[in-house]
Design a binder for this molecule. Sequence first.
Ligand SMILES: Cc1ncc(C[n+]2csc(CCOP(=O)(O)OP(=O)(O)O)c2C)c(N)n1
Ligand SMILES: [Mg+2]
Length: 599
Amino acid sequence: MSKNMLDGGQVIVDYLVREKVPYVFGLCGHGNIGFIDALYERSDDIKTISVHHETVAGFMADVYYRVGGKPTATFTSCGPGSANLPIALANSYLDSVPFLAVTGNVPTSQFNRGAFQELYRHYQADFPSTVRACCKRVFQPTRGDMVPLAIRQAWKTMVTGRPGPVVLDVPFDIFKEAAAEETPKPEEWNANISCRAGADPEGVTKAVDMLLAAERPVILVGQGVKYGGAAADLLRLAERLRIPVAWSASGTGAIDSHHPLALGLIARNGPYQANHAARTADVLLALGVRFDDRTSSSWLPGYSFTIPPTKLIHVDIDPDEIARNYPVALGLMADVRTFLRQLLAELETRKNLSDVAASHAKWLATIDGYRKEWNAFIAPGFVDDSTPIHPQRAAHEIDKALPEDAILVSDIGVHHNWLIQFCNPRRPDSLIGSMGFGPMGFGVAGVLGAAFAAPERPCVSVCGDGAFFMHASVLGTAVEYNLPVVWVVWNNFAYASIRGLQRGYLGGRELATDFRHPDTGAPYNPDFAAMARSAGIDGVNVDRAGDLGDALRAAIKAKRPYLINANISADKNPGGSGVWELPGLGQSQPAFGGRYQPH
Ligand SMILES: Cc1ncc(C[n+]2csc(CCOP(=O)(O)OP(=O)(O)O)c2C)c(N)n1
Ligand SMILES: [Mg+2]
C-alpha cells in the first residue's frame, strides 16, 4: 500500500470524524479488530465506548440521536456479535432514528467456505439478509476502493428523507485494504442537501380553508414534529387559531403538556378529553404521526378516531404513511416544519383570524368539561398510599421529582403505559420511549446514550424488572464511563404487561409471565439494589409511595450511577378512554366513557 493510501477502516473512521461524530458504541470480536485499530489511531478525535452487549450499543446510539439530534455509529463483529444488533436496528428503523452500524464480516477470500462465524448456507457472507427487514439500507463493499462510495452513500441514505439506521457491512480484509488517498467530504456529499420539502401550494390553501371552516378542529402530532424541529411553529399555529393539540405516544412533549391548549395522549389508554375530542372533531390535522393500533384504539371507529366523518388532513415526509389506515380528505407529503411555515404564511393572508380563534372558545370549554370529568375519575390514584406502590401514584411521584430539564427514558411494558399517561413532559425530549418495535431493554440501555448526549442533564430510566434483568450489564458500562444515570426498576415481579393480557383476554390462564421462588412460590427476583452495589453503584429499595420521590431526588443529586428498586403493584392496568383489540381474543372495554357514534 502506498504511503498516502488510507485503508478501509481509516476511511470510515475519518469520515465519521469529518461528520463530527463524537462517539462510537460497540463491542469487539475478531471480525472488527481492524476497525477498532483505525479508531485507536484517531482516539483524540472520536471516543470509542465499549459495552457488554451489542444491543446496548444500538440503543445507546438511538437515544443519543433522540436527545442530541446527531447520528452516531456502532461497531460490532462478524456473526453473533452483529446478530445481536437487529433488535436495535429494527427499533430505530420503525421509529425513524438514524445511526450507522459498522458490522464486521468474514474476509472476502473466505466467502462461502464456511469460515468461523460466516452465515453462508443460502448466500456468501450473508449478514445483509439478516438485517434487510430491520434497516433502511445495507452496503457491503467487497474491495477497499469501494469503501469511500459506500460510506458517503450510507451516511446520506441514513439522514435524508425519512431517517433510519443504515448498515455498512465490511469484510475483515477490507478494513485493512487500501481504499483511497482521501476521504469523501461531507460538505460535498451531505451537508448541502435539504429534505425540508414543502407541500403542494394548492394543498396548503386547501388545508387553511378546511381549518378556518372547522368548528371542532384538533391537531394531532407525532415525532415528526419533535425530530423535525417543528415544535415552535406548531405552537404558533395552535395559539394563532386556538386549536387544541393532542399527541401520539411518540409525539409526547412536542407541546408543553402544561400548555392550556395541550389536550393529552391519544391512545387506547389516553385520557377522555383527548380521545373524545379527537373522535368528535370535524377536522383533524395530523402532523408527522403514524396511525398505529395503539394510537388508534386498533382502528375501531368511535374510540380514538371517527374518520370519516372527521375530515383528516395528514402531513408526512413519507407518503407511505399517508392513507395507510385512514382515508384522507387531504394528504400532503412534506416536511412538517416547512409545511407549518407555509400554513402560517398563508394564514396571514386571510381576514378575521381573531374571530376564528375566538369562535373556538365553545369547543375549548366543552373539552374542559371532558377534562374535569376525567380528572375526577383518576383523582383517587394520585393519593393511593398502599404497598406495593400503586402504579399511578408511582408515575406521579416520579414525574413530580424530575427537574424540568430531566430526560426520562422509558422501557417497554406496563410501566410505559402508566408513564405516558401520567407524566407531564415539558420538552420534546423529556419523555423518550420506543413506539414502533418496542424491544425490552430500550430504556435500560438507552439512558446511557442520553447521558452521553446531555451530560449536564439528569438522565433517568424507568424500566421493568424483566427488562432490567435482561440487560443488567449496563451497570458495568455506567461505572466504566462514569455515567450518572439513574435506573428506577419498576419491580412488579412479573412480565406484568403480558400477564395483564392473560388476565384480560384469556380468563386468567397465567403461564410463563411471573417470577416465583420454586420452594415457597413467593414472588422472586434477584435483589436488584444489591446487584447494583456489587457493581459499585448505589442501590436502594423503596416500598412506600411517599418515599419514591425523595429517593429519586437523592439519586439525581448524587450525580453518580444509581439504582432504585421500587416495589410496585402489578395488579392494576392503566385504564383509558380508548380500547385495544387482539383479533380472535376480543377487545378491551374503555375504563371511562363509551364508543362515540356520530348521528
Ligand atoms: C426483547 C423483547 N422480548 C419480549 C417482549 C414482549 N414483552 C413486551 S412487554 C413484556 C414484559 C416486560 O416485563 P417487565 O420488563 O418486567 O415490564 P412490566 O410489563 O412488568 O412493566 C414482554 C415480555 C418484548 N417487547 N421485547
Ligand atoms: Mg415487570
